[in-house]
Design a protein around this ligand. Structure first.
Ligand code: ACO
Length: 327
């Protein structure tokens, strides 16, 4: 049996900070409303020249360096993103070129905020099948480019950033990915989508004028799906591995909203000490959220070798997914 082991991790967020107080000067909102409803205090915003592939490449470079591999050792690049540099070519191909990963195949995964875990699951399957040995999995998004800064219901939530891991084939299961689970349920476009710019509604002056190139979201409807699906997919993973909730050393959920995180943790009977939270610093960075959080947990020493970590996310689609990793 072949297992996938994480041998490198890295993340990157742009320098520029956008605080709740600054947002108060842009839309009718308050620090009190944003903090109490979401837990977010600030988020990072990319400067004009920075693209998703830049964020992805900075994070990936750190992950590859930590892995000890050479660029030529990477066989496959998978990038979870809903904000690619352009519709095509894929952002993963652009990253491949930026980092000189000459021997790698590359493709993107569109699964909203579940993009990183979807990518991890695909990478794990390729490694287990023996097809690839060293896979770079990226989650990166630049949501400020698709956020309407006149819409107070969405603009307070989102930020920019990304992270990456390097997985390698390992013949022992002493460390590595123990399981992944992916789900989707179409038909929820009305609660979370970006409608224009595709084949349904190509970009026109009209689509731009009517703001159809921005995220549209029904937050309170999404909230209910989020808590239930995040709970279900975490329980599924725990059950699959014949573990008990208390066996999980660290829970790293998608960082969308502190109330969703707390409600999910409560349903799973996880004390908040076992839950990693950094939503206050970055808001929701979509596919970037989990690898940024994992990297911060690792760098701060909260995630140690041998720990059992559970990650889960929900995103547009709807999609939702989880993974359990022995770090
Ligand atoms: N400041 C002040 N008031 C606001 C703001 C704001 N920024 N935004 C909305 N409001 C108002 C609304 O207009 C509404 O006013 P009304 O009662 O007069 O109509 C009131 O606050 C309540 O609005 P709700 O939407 O019901 O507020 P709720 O408590 O549900 O919180 C929130 C909104 C934070 C968006 C919450 O629903 C949420 O987090 N949902 C999940 C969102 C999410 O996670 N999205 C990402 C998923 S994944 C992906 O793929 C991107």
């Amino acid at each position: 049996m072949i297992y996938s082991k994480v041998i490198g991790i890295g993340s990157f967020v742009p320098e520029k900070v956008l605080t709740n107080d600054e947002l108060c000067g842009m839309v009718d909102t308050s620090d009190e409303w944003i903090t109490s409803r979401t837990g977010i205090k600030e988020r990072r915003i990319a400067g004009a020249g920075l693209t998703t592939s830049d964020i992805a490449a900075y994070a990936a470079k750190k992950a590859i360096k930590l892995s000890g591999l050479n660029n030529n050792d990477i066989d496959l690049v998978i990038a979870g993103t809903i904000t690619p540099d352009m519709i095509f070519p894929s952002t993963s191909c652009i990253v491949q070129e930026k980092l000189g990963l000459k021997n790698a195949a590359a493709f993107d995964v569109s699964a909203g905020c579940s993009g990183f875990i979807y990518g991890l699951s695909i990478a794990d399957s390729f490694i287990k099948s023996g097809k690839y040995k060293n896979v770079l999995v990226i989650g990166a998004d630049l949501l400020s480019r698709i956020t309407d800064y006149n819409d107070r219901a969405t603009c307070v939530l989102f930020g920019d950033g990304g992270g990456a891991v390097v997985l390698t084939a390992n013949s022992e299961n002493s460390r590595g990915i123990l399981s992944t689970h992916m789900h989707s349920e179409g038909g929820h476009d009305s609660i979370l989508m970006l409608r224009a710019g595709g084949s349904l509604m190509p970009a026109t002056h009209k689509t731009v004028d009517s703001g159809e190139h921005y995220i549209k979201m029904k937050g309170s409807e999404l909230f209910k799906y989020a808590v239930n699906f995040l709970k279900d997919v975490a329980e599924e993973a725990i059950r699959f591995n014949a573990l008990k909730p208390e066996d999980i050393d660290l829970f790293v959920p998608h960082q969308a909203n502190i109330r969703i995180i707390e409600a999910t943790a409560k349903k799973l009977h996880f004390p908040m000490e076992k839950v990693f939270v950094n939503v206050e610093k970055y808001g929701n960075t979509s596919s970037g959220s989990i690898p940024i959080a994992l990297n911060e947990a690792y760098e701060s020493g909260r995630l140690k070798e041998g720990n059992i970590v559970l990650i889960d996310a929900i995103g547009a689609g709807l999609t939702w997914a989880s993974a359990i990793i022995r770090w």
